[in-house]
Design a protein around this ligand. Structure first.
Ligand code: CP3
Length: 333
């Protein structure tokens, strides 16, 4: 058990736990080297030996308290039979959505496709570098997966605005939730000690649809993770009602994005909080970066707080700044 779990469970800890979303990724030259030899991103995610190496790369350089598995939320559409590829300078491209095929696909077929992810978790969790550290597994929240599956690409490109008027959403959502439970269970059984739920596109949804697409489905998955005796972190990026979200969904930890005012959150929310710092601040010079980081450390001084960013590490980040920031947080008293 690592200090993330200690923090979440209010046990004594002697420093602030820290890890970063996308801590394994393109800002690291050793990742780029592996990536250049493995142009197919999906195959890379499904190669346990190499994805283990990538998962552990940031822990070899920095004093992070947790690893997050090198995988992707879009392996779920892939496992449901929707084509998936990642194109350079474009991002994910999903194939046509064949609802009938998706609804008929069996657990066995799904698990067969995801088996390499569980193998990755199994071999990574046994590595001595993770002794006393957490291994974070993850899923995409149902809403965010629905967006990718129906839109077939990142909504950053263009968004099909009829997405939530699609009459088949109900069945698709049910299948997504069912499959996510399978995926959570297998990640936990393979050695994931915490699960994070990424709702990267929560901020796109009109508020009147929150119950249907965000609150109810996410709460169901949160309850499911808790039933396995594992802590769950939720990251509903871009919403402006974090308190209501926590009251309804009840995650163990809420991960905040960089648009949220930390002082307001510290006042409003009494569950453990994670993250917040704008990843762009890691592009500043060292002194300015640390001033920004200190604001979060000071604001959450009397709170259960896991240091993280308000979204993933940017590819243009200098690893030296990551090192300086992590050491600063670990030394903060
Ligand atoms: O955080 C980590 O270090 C763990 C690994 C991880 C990846 N994807 C690897 C990855 C995690 C947790 C994810 C989750 C994920 N994937 C999300 C939720 C978090 C978020 O960023 O909002 C989403 C929306 C996706 C879908 C996805 N995967 C997109 C839109 C892209 C392309 C965007 C980009 O950054 O190029 C990916 C590709 C991806 N997933 C990369 C990595 C390291 C970049 C791959 C590369 O080109 O080298």
């Amino acid at each position: 058990m690592g200090i993330l779990k200690d923090c979440i469970n209010n046990n004594n800890i002697d420093s602030i736990p820290i890890w970063f979303m996308r801590q394994a990724g393109r800002y690291l030259p050793e990742f780029r080297e592996i990536r250049s030899k493995n142009p197919n991103f999906v195959e890379l995610c499904l190669n346990p030996k190499i994805s283990k190496e990538i998962t552990l790369q940031p822990l070899k350089r920095f004093l992070f308290d947790a690893a997050i598995i090198f995988s992707d939320i879009l392996l779920i559409p892939y496992a449901l039979g929707q084509d998936l590829k990642f194109e350079k300078n474009f991002g994910p491209k999903l194939g046509n959505l064949n609802l009938e095929n998706i609804l008929n696909i069996s657990d066995k077929e799904i698990l067969e496709k995801l088996k390499p992810v569980y193998k990755l978790i199994d071999i990574t969790s046994k590595d001595k570098i993770l002794k006393n550290k957490d291994l974070i597994g993850f899923i995409g929240a149902p809403w965010t997966l629905l967006v990718y599956m129906v839109n077939q690409k990142s909504p950053k490109k263009t968004l099909n605005t009829d997405i939530y008027k699609n009459v088949n959403n109900k069945y698709l959502l049910e299948k997504i939730i069912y499959t996510q439970k399978l995926h959570i269970k297998n990640q936990v059984e393979s050695g994931a000690t915490i699960i994070q739920i990424f709702d990267s596109w929560a901020g796109l949804l009109e508020y009147k649809y929150y119950d249907k697409y965000i609150y109810n489905p996410t709460q169901e998955l949160v309850n499911y993770v808790k039933s396995l005796n594992v802590e769950v972190i939720c990251f509903p990026r871009g919403i402006n009602c974090y308190k209501e979200y926590c009251d309804i969904v009840k995650p163990n930890v809420i991960s905040i994005d960089y648009e949220v005012d930390p002082a307001l959150i510290a006042k409003e929310i009494n569950i453990p909080i994670q993250g917040g710092l704008d990843p762009k601040f890691l592009l500043l010079d060292k002194k300015e970066m640390l001033i920004k980081a200190k604001k979060y450390l000071e604001t959450f001084k009397n709170h259960q707080y896991i240091f993280n960013l308000g979204h993933g590490v940017l590819p243009e980040t200098n690893p030296e700044n990551v090192k300086i920031l992590v050491e600063f947080v670990k030394d903060f008293k």
